[in-house]
Design a protein around this ligand. Structure first.
Ligand SMILES: *[C@@H]1O[C@H](CO)[C@@H](O)[C@H](O)[C@H]1NC(C)=O
Length: 341
């Protein structure tokens, strides 16, 4: 029996429990099997807590897992730079949504702004704070426009497919995360296929979507924000004084009226189905420095301000005259660091 290899540990457990409890005596010399024998014994005696089963043997859908908002706050503080608006909005919206046992609709967020400003990072932080396995969790579904929906003539097929995936995945786990990346490259019209799921309805054909999280990522609005920021600086305000209401209306118009935002005349916006429009501000030199230092820490290297300066100065800054903002945010920091090291 010991020679039999079971690909999924859960299968072995089930087998041991149901069919052959006695064979443990034979195989218990093998340490791994011994582990499962113990688990099996615990299960038999009723001590197998869902914590052990779900943490070790399998990933379970835990809809009402308690949410640790301090961990989220720490992650945002340590990893996200120069985004006081996004920081606050993500912290508040997620904490509110995840501590509500009975939300009225799924959480829908649009993260938008220039490339390299932290949109994908925030999406990663969200998945890691909801699921132990983060982006690798089977309950996280990522759709990349150029990868999943590349052909304009297949829109109808894509719409059907998308609806059936969201339906299928949500019925398997109500706490699912759907991420749509490169929204600015998505054919206008596809995204409205998910309108029914974002609505306030209790359930559609017996599936509830109210605990799901939808994240839409778009580079749209980035240029507009970059043009607005200097005006705000000139009025004597500093970056951290910037309030959402100072920029909200103009940016919202831009997303809705720009053909290349992914939300052009979108029903999601018309019907107020998006809960938060989270703007990502262009990054300045000092923020790029922080990204380099964070990258050094990630690689287990010691803090080196001079090195960080050398990397940050390698980036391109725009506009030409003032050179206020990093063209690609922190996007190429890791690669630039490799070159210098
Ligand atoms: C869940 O979504 C994925 C795409 O991320 C899809 O391939 C899969 O078929 C979906 N599962 C169900 C049960 O619909």
């Amino acid at each position: 029996m010991a020679a039999v290899r079971w690909s999924h540990p859960g299968t072995w457990l089930l087998f041991s429990l149901l069919v052959a409890p006695h064979i443990h005596v034979v195989v218990s010399l093998e340490p791994i099997t011994t582990g499962f024998t113990i688990v099996a014994a615990m299960a038999l005696t009723g001590y197998l807590s869902s914590e052990i089963y779900c943490g070790w043997l399998s990933e379970c859908c835990q809809v009402n897992k308690p949410f640790d908002s301090t961990a989220l706050e720490d992650d945002l503080t340590e990893k996200l730079f120069g985004q006081h608006l996004a920081h606050e909005m993500i912290y508040k919206s997620l904490t509110k949504f995840l501590s509500n046992e009975n939300p009225r609709k799924p959480l829908a967020l649009i993260l938008y702004g220039r490339t390299g400003t932290g949109k994908n990072l925030v999406s990663k932080i969200i998945t890691e704070n909801v699921f132990d396995l983060g982006e690798k969790s089977k309950f996280v579904h990522l759709f990349v426009s150029t990868l999943h929906f590349p052909h304009d003539n297949l829109i109808t097929t894509y719409k059907d497919q998308l609806q059936s995936w969201i339906r299928g995945n949500s019925s398997e786990c109500a706490r699912s995360i759907f991420i749509f990346d490169e929204m600015e490259k998505l054919h206008p019209g596809i995204i409205d296929a998910i309108k029914p799921f974002l609505d306030h309805s209790n359930n559609i054909n017996g599936v509830s979507y109210r605990k799901a999280i939808f994240i839409f990522i778009s580079n749209a609005g980035g240029d507009l924000i970059s043009r607005m920021m200097p005006l705000i600086f000139n009025s004597g305000k500093c970056r951290e004084d910037l309030k959402l209401k100072d920029v909200e209306d103009e940016l919202y118009d831009d997303l809705y009226n720009n053909r290349n935002s992914g939300f052009w005349h979108s029903g999601l916006i018309e019907k107020n189905l998006i809960d938060y429009f989270v703007p990502f501000l262009p990054l300045e030199f000092r923020h790029v420095m922080k990204c380099v230092l964070a990258e050094l820490r990630l690689r287990g290297l010691h803090k080196d301000e001079r090195l960080a300066y050398r990397v940050a100065i390698e980036m391109t800054y725009v506009p030409k005259d003032t050179k206020l903002f990093s063209d690609k945010g922190c996007k190429t920091v890791a690669a630039k660091l490799d070159l210098i090291l």
